[in-house]
Design a protein around this ligand. Sequence first.
Ligand code: SF4
Length: 460
Amino acid sequence: MLSVLDIFRIGIGPSSSHTVGPMRIANRFWKRLKVQGHREATHRIRMIFRGSLAFTGLGHGTPRAGELGLLGFKPETIDLDKAEAALTDLRTQQAFTRDGQTVQFDPDLDLIIDYDQPADLHPNEMEMQAFGASGDLIYARTYYSTGGGFTASHTQLCKPAKNDRVATHKGDVPYPFGSAADLLGLCDQHDLTISDIVCANEDARRPREQTNDQFDRVTDVMLAGIERGLNTTGILPGGLKVKRRASDIWAKLTTMPAANEKETLFDWLNVYAMAVNEENAAGGQVVTAPTNGAAGIIPAIIRYYCCDDAAVPDYKKIRIFLATAGGVGLLYKQRASISGAEMGCQGEVGVACSMAAAGLAAVWGASPNQIASAAEIGMEHNLGLTCDPVGGLVQIPCIERNAIGAVKAANAARLALHGTDQGKVTLDQVIETMRQTGLDMSSKYKETSQGGLAVNVIEC
Ligand code: SF4
């Protein structure tokens, strides 16, 4: 069973599957060469991107992320200034030195965007190859970036699927759950909240203080992303000439006489979500929640509902929020997917909306059934949402979509609190519906920029 901390990972923009995942894969391969005893003989490395990593990789900064991983940078700790300097060295020298070993890597020759060979087991495929001094291929391994920064090797994905993936790890945690029905049953049986169940499972992995520290760190990074986004102006990188808008809206909200329109709630949620996603689009630091493309929804809700007027966070409340939202995120990850390349945007913004609705309902004191209902409503009205980023950049429709997702999440939580049970549609049913819809969706609408807005909006 996965940890909720795997759902909330600190990394850099613009994409968890196309930036964070490839960076991790390149690092994994470097370690793998050592484990397999091939590292010393490695003279040259090559990386090949296929599927969605090829089609939208350039817009998502995938090649750069792969190179940074090869150079030893990690998403959680990357220093962006040092990273830029290291990339310049790599391009000039066409080689890099790591762990005392110099390896050839010419980005013009050794970084291949393969549009022809289809991806095999998952739409985000990345093959890594190592060559010896005489140019012979000595080792190759294929990996997949499976969404939200998760990665898997070809061998891992080939393992036969289990009907109940959680059942195989039952001994790991005190309250294993593989479905929302399991989770609600555990809450009922032990008279615990969803957050209690999730935290008790985390306690089996590490002391509670460490989990809390990580929740607080994640909160700080989310809120810092909002602050940077609110205070940065200019044009986003990538060539679409998209202007940052959060700072202008923020200036209006904070300098104009307090508006008494009821709709200002939308403005606040919009501005916080857009601030994060503009930072993400600019390659800044964000938290996967559950992905980078959907990174603005949960921070927007936390900033509006769990911080005071001076933006001071209520960490205790936020831990309950994150544990609950993370528990719901685990259900999507375990029963379907959080990858836009597999599910379309319903698997990113839809899941984030569902998680945020559950977290907000929890801090409002909702029962487990009401929380599940909030999560269900948050997804039900995102079903079928396609992924069609213009120019392959995580900007249009992604930035505004997070704003709309945040407003929808608050509304879903509100609606759920008016009921007492899960309603006609259960959370498990809506997750399964999302999965089936994702499978049926044409690949044109799954992070390939070959359909939708991506082909109808002229890039200029
Ligand atoms: S459209 Fe949605 S899934 Fe696609 S890149 Fe944008 S946020 Fe991610």
